[in-house]
Design a protein around this ligand. Structure first.
Ligand SMILES: Nc1nc2c(c(=O)[nH]1)N[C@H]1C(S)=C(S)[C@@H](COP(=O)(O)OP(=O)(O)OC[C@H]3O[C@@H](n4cnc5c(=O)[nH]c(N)nc54)[C@H](O)[C@@H]3O)O[C@H]1N2
Ligand SMILES: Nc1nc2c(c(=O)[nH]1)N[C@H]1C(S)=C(S)[C@@H](COP(=O)(O)OP(=O)(O)OC[C@H]3O[C@@H](n4cnc5c(=O)[nH]c(N)nc54)[C@H](O)[C@@H]3O)O[C@H]1N2
Ligand SMILES: [Mo]
Length: 688
């Protein structure tokens, strides 16, 4: 701790942005008299290049927010009444431990951890928490809510979550920005794309929404949601029929070419144009550009895999670079995620061995609504009796929130939420425990958009009585009598454990980041980390599970045109000034976003008598939410965009866009299908 009188001049503390974003920026926090004055990008880190997004440049404002939770809170009113009173840490932890002990004595699997990427830190994420829940024998959580369809698809095709090194996009001559609003969600990649553009590269954006990114590309292909595999197969069709193929690369470094060829030949551009709702010529032109420009690179993002066929679509797209031999050049290939390049010692951090032979059931976080409402049954196991939520806000972000709210509102469910703020989820808790922010704790980070490891040092002391996630789980472990030495590891030890000897820790301490040793063109000579060592067009592993070994187009569960009652497809992509549901309560950022909006095309608006600024109902068989309509060129005909993810209680009617999304799961990885959702939109009577 720094005492005010002994700090002669501002300190500059090196850190890492903790947020769920591919950029994982290196931060510099300026601290004076123990107070963080500002958070800036570290100019010495080449990916950050001294620049932060609007959100994280407000990180100090977020940390010192007047509504920051500073003491443990215990529920005093009825569940969901939002009435809490402060209690001491000991009282809270003793009571929580007592409750968990009683449930565990019957069956520890009735206890469920619920967490995601509120912080991407390996330490404040699943390190001590993993140890605690494994030792307890609690249910396991399948963390599917974001990336599991695309992640599984990459594993099946390329062998891992691996791809191009992001820095080489600056030298590409054709960049397909596919299912990614890079200006909003991947700003530091966008800078590289701009550099390539200045050097003559052509940028093509493939996205149902006319995003800020689409505005700045040479071309925008506004396909219908969930039709990307059809587009990719038609591109292959054209590559084949025009002979724009790298036969040598295909021969030496791929598996399943004959089958893929046959499949692709069933997708002439006319067929795909019909499915995608785009002009044939756009597909033909894109195929020509992709087949004849080198180096050609694809920046894929997770936005396009939140539909039934999301896994297959990523598989189809991930086959493209091998067909044209794009991987031969460092500036060619594809990047969806780089996280598989990092040698994280997960078992050492999370200690699954502490299950000690017990098998715990797994619950998919994307179906938390249904799962909280299930009774004990042979197929499911015990009813969930307690949930410990950290690094996540499921009541706002999980699909079909009507059910999620109903589940968390169960009087007999014991819920503990570790948080910075009283979120929608915290409102339904029995205990809310104040957690530290990134300015207040140690952590260590991988990235899914570049290949550097980052270390985060605490810049200031914890605010109020806030404690680190790790410390809270250590304290609970002690009260449950878990005396294994691993529960005594401090956070710096956990940071060192994360990569063992694979990363030079001294370098991290000295400069805050360290670059992994990844080849410049990782698949120039094949060497894919698949079982065959090749890019697997055909996946024997999928076929062995009874699934299609080749990628195909799977129409959405709620395909365009399949319902007369709900004729509009709704997507709910991220708002630029929020990070999922984080930052929605930061006034300066909320002011930029304004209020929850539904973008709708002029034709669809006119057909319903809707004008801009009018309140509308957005509804389907699952529920309804209300917000203002924005008649906008950003919406294509037939598709409405409900920008996310507002806190329910900060929206005008106490609900958000997830009222209407469904709990169905993707073809691979058990992911959610947020963008596979049909709705109808109608005006509200004046004064409603
Ligand atoms: N500012 C900001 N940045 C973020 C986030 C945020 O909430 N705000 N979220 C972070 C998170 S959690 C993640 S996972 C990452 C990546 O999250 P992504 O969701 O990939 O983020 P975006 O790149 O903003 O959005 C993806 C784009 O996909 C489009 N899209 C929707 N459906 C389809 C489809 O069927 N096909 C195609 N081709 N495109 C489709 C959307 O219109 C959107 O423009 O971004 C991270 N960065
Ligand atoms: N309709 C729709 N829904 C979506 C999406 C969409 O595009 N459309 N996107 C989906 C995607 S991609 C994702 S990744 C999920 C994201 O869902 P979540 O991972 O739940 O992300 P956030 O909403 O940002 O909530 C994270 C919470 O963690 C808290 N937090 C941050 N750091 C810490 C910490 O150190 N300790 C503790 N205890 N808490 C901390 C924050 O205050 C915040 O409330 O949402 C999904 N939901
Ligand atoms: Mo995500």
């Amino acid at each position: 701790m720094t005492s005010p009188t002994t700090t002669p001049q501002p300190l500059q503390v090196r850190g890492a942005c903790p947020h769920d974003c591919p950029d994982t920026c290196a931060l510099i926090t300026t601290v004076e008299h123990g107070v963080a004055l500002r958070v800036q990008g570290n100019p010495a880190h080449r990916h950050t290049d001294g620049a932060l997004c609007t959100k994280v440049s407000r990180y100090a404002e977020r940390s010192y927010h007047p509504e920051r939770l500073l003491t443990p809170l215990k529920r005093v009113g009825a569940k969901g009444s939002g009435r809490f009173e402060p209690v001491g840490w000991d009282e809270a932890l003793d009571d929580i431990a007592q409750r968990l002990k009683a449930i565990a004595a019957r069956d520890p699997q009735a206890i469920l951890p619920y967490s995601y990427a509120g912080t991407m830190g390996l330490v404040q994420g699943e390190a001590m928490a993993g140890r605690f829940f494994h030792r307890l024998g609690a249910s396991l959580l399948d963390r599917t809510i974001c990336a599991s369809a695309g992640g599984e698809a990459l594993v099946q095709t390329l062998g891992g979550k691996v791809g191009m090194k992001v820095e080489h996009f600056a030298r590409s001559k054709l960049i397909l920005i596919w299912g990614s609003n890079s200006i909003g969600s991947n700003l530091h990649f966008w800078r590289l794309a701009q550099q390539a553009k200045r050097d003559g590269a052509r940028l093509v954006c493939i996205d149902p929404r006319r995003t800020e990114t689409a505005d700045k590309c040479h071309e925008h292909i506004a396909l219908r949601p969930g039709t990307d595999a059809a587009l990719a197969l038609a591109l292959m069709h054209q590559l084949i029929t025009h002979g724009w193929l790298d036969h040598d690369y295909i021969e030496r470094h791929t598996l399943g070419w004959e089958g893929l060829r046959e499949r692709a030949l069933q997708w002439p551009p006319e067929r795909a144009a019909e499915v995608c709702g785009v002009p044939v010529q756009q597909i033909v032109d894109l195929a020509r550009a992709y087949g004849t420009t080198q180096p050609a690179a694809i920046r894929l993002n997770y936005g396009m895999q939140r539909v039934r066929g999301g896994g297959n679509a990523v598989r189809a797209i991930a086959c493209l670079p091998a067909l044209v031999g794009a991987w031969r050049d460092p500036a060619g290939g594809l990047l969806l995620s780089a996280s598989g390049h990092f040698p994280v010692q997960r078992a050492a951090l999370q200690r699954p061995d502490l299950l000690a032979g017990r098998s715990a059931r797994t619950i998919n976080m994307s179906t938390i609504g249904d799962d909280l409402l299930r009774e004990t049954s042979p197929g499911f196991g015990p009813q969930v009796e307690a949930v410990i939520v950290y690094n996540s806000n499921p009541v706002a972000v999980a699909p079909e929130s009507g059910k999620v709210v109903q589940g968390f509102a169960r009087e007999d469910l014991f819920t503990v939420v570790l948080e910075h703020f009283q979120t929608d989820t915290a409102d339904l808790a029995d205990y809310i425990l104040p957690a530290t922010t990134q300015l207040e704790h140690w952590d260590i980070h991988t990235s899914y958009g570049h290949t550097d490891v980052l270390l985060n040092r605490p810049a200031i002391a914890p605010l109020g009585q806030a404690r680190t996630n790790t410390d809270i789980f250590r304290a609970l472990a002690a009260r449950l009598g878990f005396d294994e030495p691993c529960f005594a590891d401090d956070d710096l030890t956990l940071c060192r454990t994360a990569f063992g000897d694979a990363v030079d820790f001294q370098r991290l301490l000295d400069q805050g980041f360290a670059t992994l040793n990844v080849p410049e063109a990782p698949f120039a000579q094949g060497r894919f980390p698949t079982p065959s060592g090749r890019c697997e067009f055909f996946s024997a592993r999928l076929a062995a599970r009874g699934e299609d070994g080749l990628p195909d187009h799977l129409p959405n569960f709620e395909a365009f045109g399949s319902s007369a009652q709900f004729p509009l497809a709704m997507i709910s992509p991220p708002a630029r000034n929020f990070l999922n549901s984080s930052f929605v309560n930061v006034t300066s950022l909320r002011d930029i976003e304004g209020e929850p909006l539904l973008e709708i095309h002029a034709d669809d608006a006119a057909a319903r008598g809707i004008s801009s600024g009018q309140m509308v109902r957005v509804f389907n068989q699952r529920g309804e939410y209300r917000c203002k309509a924005s008649v906008s060129r950003r919406a294509r005909p037939g598709v409405v965009n409900g920008l996310g993810i507002w806190w329910r209680k900060l929206g005008p009617f106490g609900t958000n866009v997830n009222e209407v999304t469904s709990q169905r799961l993707t073809d691979m990885g058990g992911g959610p299908v947020f963008y596979d959702c049909l709705v109808e939109v109608a005006t509200l009577p004046e004064g409603a």
